[in-house]
Design a protein around this ligand. Structure first.
Ligand code: CA
Length: 163
């Protein structure tokens, strides 16, 4: 569906009388999708591009970093709604980035999706122990990534993972 059409549908959903009240308008705005910031730390430009092409049309704002240190810096500077983190990275690897984020007050609760080429049980366990929220093996289907990203950035997911 085109964005314009979707917008029209959303506007069409609003009872016009209530829409005029600023207080109600503000309260209602909480339910409107605000674009989520996704930080992608991945050294393969092909995968970077794939993630971008896959998530941008779904309304995500994408920021790209190609190595561990700059990814870590970007996450600490402005914690994203979702961090998509590759494991094999130049500089410091994804596990180390994850560990440093988890030990920092500012980023300890950032939702992290670990991307790896290794599907072994060992890697999965490592992601779990390292505090990753989800795990995806490459190659992945675009629809799969979109679905996971949507679920991980859903406020209900954030509320669940705190408890
Ligand atoms: Ca890599």
């Amino acid at each position: 569906m085109s964005i314009a059409k979707e917008l029209l549908m959303r506007i069409g959903d609003r009872p016009t009388g209530r829409w005029r009240s600023p207080t109600v308008g503000l309260r209602r705005n909480e339910g409107v999708a605000v674009s989520k910031r996704v930080l992608v730390v991945e050294d393969s430009q092909v995968i970077q591009r794939l993630i971008e092409v896959c998530l941008r049309p779904a309304g995500f704002e994408i920021e790209l970093r190609s190595d561990g240190p700059s990814g870590l810096e970007a996450a600490l500077e402005a914690p994203p709604d979702l961090l998509i983190l590759d494991v094999g990275l130049p500089g410091i690897d994804g596990w180390e980035v994850l560990s440093r984020l988890r030990s920092n007050e500012r980023t300890k609760d950032v939702v992290v999706l670990v991307l790896t080429a290794h599907a072994q049980e060992e890697t999965r366990a490592k992601a779990d122990q390292g505090g990753a929220d989800a795990f995806l093996t490459k190659p992945f289907r675009p629809a799969e990534l979109r679905a996971i990203a949507a679920e991980l950035t859903n406020p209900e997911f954030a509320a669940r993972s705190v408890g």
